[in-house]
Write a protein that binds this ligand. Structure first.
Ligand code: 13P
Length: 258
């Protein structure tokens, strides 16, 4: 983390978990447990049908609600899809884009790029995900692969808008497996992402962009991961479903500023 130059963000990704009723229960519990200090931003990205319940419950709190996906088109014949202006109107602040689980369902880098642009145009904060497979890591092409995903995802994103983008590094082999990247492995890739952003934009922009780590981050390993200079927060799956665990991760972000 480096709170002097950029935001620390602890974000949950609920994936396909919890009903609207369970959302209300979770948010009520979380509200009662939220730490008082404001050392980081907190986001919860929830299934679309849970957004109204989450927004209602967290009104006047510091927790921003987000979606897990969006469609890049403004409106039209896209059965089952949700446009960015709908998310804004429903009270969303964030949207996760290009999660590996969605890429596995066929989402391409071009789709990710179009969604990032649509989200920014609507005023949402895109949390753009990237990450390598175990095979890619073992072949030694991690940094090239990630650089390619970042460049493709940020294509035509102007400098004045890039500051709004949050990047999440999620090694696919660490997602839901309990096998977290070591702090050194995660730092190495997050640092390389910042270098890519520096080359695409400028040192100033690179210094200001928040880069999150995701992949089996939990209340036990969060502190050490967040202590790395280029890891500005977490994108948390499983541990974001339990208020006690999520709160502990938020507390782990309360570290001495550099
Ligand atoms: P887990 O924290 O469950 O490994 O999930 C990480 C993730 O995919 C967050 O987007």
């Amino acid at each position: 983390m480096n709170r002097k130059y950029r935001k620390t963000i602890i974000a949950g990704n609920w994936k396909m978990n919890k009903t609207p009723t369970e959302t209300k229960e979770f948010m009520t519990a979380l509200k009662g447990m939220m730490p008082r200090g404001r050392w980081c931003d907190v986001a919860l990205c929830v299934p679309a049908v849970c957004i109204p319940a989450a927004v209602r419950a967290m009104r006047e709190t510091r927790v921003g609600i987000g979606a897990e996906n969006c469609n890049a088109n403004p409106s039209g014949a896209y059965t089952g899809e949700i446009a960015t202006n709908m998310l804004v109107d429903a009270g969303c602040k964030y949207v996760i884009i290009g999660h590996s689980e969605r890429r596995a369902m066929g989402e391409t880098d071009a789709d990710v790029n179009a969604k990032v642009i649509a989200a920014l145009d609507a005023g949402l904060i895109p949390i753009m995900c990237c990450g390598e497979t175990l095979e890619q890591r073992e072949t030694g092409i991690t940094s090239e692969w990630i650089a390619m995903q970042i460049k493709a995802g940020l294509q035509n994103v102007p400098e004045e808008k890039i500051r709004k983008v949050v990047i999440a590094y999620e090694p696919i082999w660490a997602i839901g497996t309990g096998r977290t990247a070591t702090p050194e492995q995660a730092q190495e890739v997050c640092e390389s992402i910042r270098t890519v952003v520096r080359k695409l934009y400028s040192s100033k922009v690179a210094r200001a962009v928040s880069i999150l780590y995701g992949g089996s981050m939990n209340e036990k390993n969060a502190y050490e991961l967040l202590a790395q200079p280029d890891i500005d927060g977490g994108l948390i799956g499983g541990a974001s479903l339990v208020p006690e665990k999520f709160v502990k991760i938020i507390e782990s972000a309360n570290q001495p500023a550099e």
